[in-house]
Design a protein around this ligand. Structure first.
Ligand code: SF4
Length: 213
């Protein structure tokens, strides 16, 4: 795990430019997208934020202990006392799980256990309410192919996990007085125990059944 305590904030102009280009989606609604396997969305990192549930699913898939997984693949940023986890990238910003097939198409080596943020891409869930969804116009697959329904079950499961993630961490920091990192570790331990007891969210077939983009 890499721990970074200071982050370079985008300028207001950069942020405005980025948000201006996002396309707002109606919810429930439709969108037009076909993945071209270009790998671009996996190459601009670290930009994939993780919940404790993502971490547990990925670590179990790789048959690793969660601390070992954190150390190898996760960057933790502490901002205003809240710990945030991001998937690490290599020196070119490519996700460490990105690989390439012989035909030049991208391949995610942990595809069945990929983080929720990757599952819903190019849809961007920018709040804890499904009514605030955007589509990332930088993806070359946006606007290609047939119109599709927004995968509501998946989006709602992702939002539920994000709410639980922040609620648990908040509880350990605010109510129990833990340091941010301690609170994060405790939240992952709790999620790990839930998974060991067979929690639905830890079942990859169940997650797959929620749909994809
Ligand atoms: S986890 Fe997989 S889908 Fe997500 S950014 Fe990495 S390579 Fe891409």
């Amino acid at each position: 795990m890499t721990l970074v305590r200071r982050v370079t904030e985008p300028t207001i102009e950069e942020f405005e430019e980025y948000t201006k280009r996002l396309i707002k989606l109606s919810y429930p609604g439709k969108y037009v997208f076909t993945c071209t396997r270009c790998g671009r969305c996996c190459s601009g990192g670290p930009n994939v934020s993780l919940t404790v549930f993502d971490v547990v699913r990925m670590a179990r898939f790789l048959r690793m202990k969660w601390k070992e997984f954190l150390k190898s693949y996760v960057k933790v940023i502490i901002a205003d006392v809240i710990p945030h986890m991001l998937l690490r990238g290599n020196e070119k910003g490519h996700c460490l799980f990105l690989s390439w097939r012989h035909d030049g198409k991208s391949l995610c080596v942990i595809y069945p256990a990929r983080p929720m943020r990757c599952r819903v891409y190019p849809i961007l869930v920018e709040s804890l309410k499904p009514q605030k969804l955007y589509i990332d116009p930088r993806s070359p697959g946006v606007g290609q192919g047939k119109e599709r329904d927004i995968p509501q079950k998946l989006i709602e499961a992702y939002i539920k996990e994000r709410i639980r993630h922040y609620t648990i961490i908040h509880y350990y920091i605010v109510k129990k007085g833990y340091e941010p990192l301690q609170a994060l570790y405790k939240a992952i331990e709790d999620a790990w125990s839930e998974a060991e007891q067979g929690a639905e969210w830890s079942n990859l077939d169940y997650i797959e059944s929620l749909g994809s983009t």
